[in-house]
Ligand binder design. Structure first.
Ligand code: ZN
Length: 114
């Protein structure tokens, strides 16, 4: 698959250098207004866990990974319970119809069978 087909990821940035994938009006560091941007969704899996006690509306365990985006922002993203990424895997993050961030595995992303 062509990586350029992965949609850009919305982020919010501040002039002080702070950035986040969570929409909020003000920078928590300097209290200036955050500005919306679109950026590459590519990053590296830093850590992950499986959520077994799920919030209301979730019926199955799911994975939650911390992804270090290439632009230097960390972002949490969900993944399917049975598709556990390896630490250091290159992945993308995309927004699904549920409005949440999900890991998108790249064609060369190896998956663990843990
Ligand atoms: Zn700031």
């Amino acid at each position: 698959m062509n990586k350029s087909l992965i949609p850009l990821l919305p982020i919010w940035k501040c002039g002080c250098g702070y950035g986040t994938v969570v929409e909020r009006p003000y920078c928590p560091k300097c209290h200036d207004l955050l500005q919306p941007f679109s950026t590459s969704p590519l990053g590296v899996v830093l850590s992950w866990t499986i959520i077994h006690v799920t919030p209301s509306g979730e019926t199955e365990p799911y994975g939650l990974a911390m992804v270090g985006l290439d632009i230097g922002i960390n972002a949490m993203a969900k993944f399917e319970h049975g598709k556990i990424p390896e630490i250091g895997n290159k992945v993308a993050i995309e927004i699904h119809e549920d409005g949440l961030r999900w890991i998108k595995y790249l064609p060369d992303t190896p998956l663990s069978d843990k």
